[in-house]
Design a protein around this ligand. Structure first.
Ligand SMILES: [Cu+2]
Length: 307
């Protein structure tokens, strides 16, 4: 069974506090359960009529790290650092981005735990939340990773590495570190699409509903095709779907946990459930990836988290 979401949220809150406790003598962080968002009027997000947008009450706040370390916005956290020589990448053609993860001992880390079938997950997004890429770079013996990015459009991009250091690190949650790169040329910002409850990709319709839980959201996606439920989703990264979300404005990366277990005897769908740590109000661009008949599909839509 899936872990109790409240326990997960509490564990996350406790983990978020560790650096604070190490650095400060005062207790700046209270891991006790916050007021549950369920205390807010449950029907508030539905309102009158049939709103097209998916809107929800705010998740209980876990005091965010002002520097953004808990939201994947720093290059260094808890002694681990994302190092890369490149601060600029070429426009409109594939580019290789090389980097290392340096550990607390100052040396490149070569020992990673596999999570969601990979040692490291890599994401790229432009500052306007377009151009999403999700890659699995290769690591050389010396700890140098190379991510083969598809062509990037001009603008500022944020590149994220998500990983779990070796068991010796005793971490139970993945670290997300990031850096930005500039892609030269004339950049045209694409306005963020309005929040929507459904989207279509490759003939598949994905409907997303969100429900606040303590410190988190339960996101439910339903996949249909020609009005019929889809039940032949194939495992992708140890799940029937992979969900990544980026916050409008600061490009914070959400912590997302698929709640569905892959079954050996049948395909996945039509309903997929995720536990999402959407700690900030505002708009999130959500990327839901799923696989059918060997092909990968990426559905994207905007989710509004009410203040
Ligand atoms: Cu991945």
């Amino acid at each position: 069974m899936a872990a109790d979401p409240r326990a997960l949220a509490r564990r996350w809150a406790v983990l978020s506090c560790v650096p604070v406790l190490l650095l400060a003598a005062i207790v700046a962080c209270d891991p006790s359960p916050q007021p549950r968002p369920a205390d807010a009027p449950a029907g508030a997000q539905r309102g009158a009529g049939a709103p097209p947008a998916v809107t929800a009450a705010p998740a209980a706040a876990v005091a965010p790290d002002p520097a953004g370390g808990d939201r994947g916005l720093t290059a260094e956290r808890d002694g681990y650092r994302l190092d890369a020589a490149a601060t600029e990448l070429p426009a409109d053609r594939p580019a290789a981005y090389s980097f290392t993860i340096t550990g607390p001992d100052g040396r490149p880390v070569t020992d990673f735990e596999v999570h969601q079938t990979r040692k490291l997950h890599f994401y790229a997004i432009r500052s306007d939340l377009t151009g999403f890429q999700h890659l699995h770079p290769e690591m050389a013996a010396d700890g140098t990773w190379t991510a083969d990015l598809a062509a990037l459009t001009p603008g500022t991009w944020r590149l994220y590495a998500s990983f779990l250091p070796s068991p010796a690190s005793r971490r139970s949650t993945e670290l997300v570190l990031s850096r930005t790169v500039t892609v030269p040329g004339t950049s045209t910002a694409v306005p963020l699409p309005a929040p929507a409850a459904t989207t279509t990709v490759d003939g598949y319709t994905v409907a997303l509903t969100s429900e606040p839980m303590a410190g988190a959201y339960r996101l439910t996606a339903t996949v249909t095709r020609d009005g019929q439920p889809v039940t032949d989703l194939q495992p992708y990264l140890d799940s029937y779907a992979h969900l990544t979300a980026f916050h409008e404005g600061d490009q914070a990366l959400a912590h997302l946990h698929p709640a569905d277990k892959v079954a050996a005897d049948h395909g996945g769908g039509p309903v997929l459930t995720f536990h999402a740590m959407l700690a900030e109000a505002g708009n999130w661009r959500v990327f839901l990836q799923f696989q059918t008949a060997g092909g990968l599909h990426t559905a994207e839509l905007t989710l509004n988290v009410a203040a």
